[in-house]
Design a protein around this ligand. Sequence first.
Ligand code: FES
Length: 326
Amino acid sequence: MAMNMQVTPFNIPNLQKRQPQNLNFPNKHSSKPICCSLSSSDMVVSQKLAQQFNPNIPIEKAVTPPSSWYIDPSFFHLELDRVFYRGWQAVGSMEQIKNPGEFFTGRLGDVEFVVCRDDSGNVRAFYNVCRHHASILASGSGQKSCFVCPYHGWTYGLNGNLLKATRISGMRDFNVNDFGLIPIKVATWGPFVLLNFGKEKEEVDNHNVAEEWLGSCTELLSTNGVDSSLSYVCRREYTIECNWKVFCDNYLDGGYHVPYAHKDLASGLNLDSYSTKLFERVSIQSCEGGSEKSKENNDRLGRKAIYAFIYPNFMINRFFLFYLET
Ligand code: FES
């Protein structure tokens, strides 16, 4: 399960309780992405913390990174800025937006987003923020013909165009074309929808996306059953009270914790077969199933499982032949 980072979203105090006042439009030219930026004081503190780590120490001599990397808020802001807002991040399944009008929403760090399939069948993604007074526009998932802001009713098409701005007659120099939703770069690979907050201007080519996201591991994942033939069943959310890297550390410990923390699972695995392969930004752990009897008792194990970790925090568990968890 990819980590759901529970940090404060946009600061919109008591938005729904405020009474409508004078329309106060944001600068029509300010169509910059709304990702939080790193303050200069955060930058100084976090860079000092990062310098405590020596990447040249060989793995045999490596120790756990400093505790400040897990608890200092400025370091977390640095990670959002440098890690999560600059690469491809898997945010959902293609099956959630199979038909025109289907959409889902989510949050990555501080950024609220909405992904949809428009009337022409194109996959689109936008910052999920109204261009008027920054209300969150859509919530949950479902199917719609347009997005209507719950605050003052501005209405946007599935392609992001502003279709209707309520009660603005008399406003001078207001052009609806200047106030469409702000797009986010979106791409797809296999069963996944990916977003990239760092590619404002570049055109997206899905072939390059596979290379950038998975590198030389692309084919290995496809041939091991991580492909678009899989069906989307459900999404479950868990809030884990820890820094996101703690969860990743647990996933990447090569089965070290399994015999102690997951005794039942361990009894169904052949832990001697556990292996880890490293690629540019992907780690693949695999393990064969144990005895025939244990396999019968746990159909999630089957004859082999692969656990793929894609930097920075996306995890794919493929249990032959039936299950895929992310
Ligand atoms: S915040 Fe006013 S219409 Fe959306």
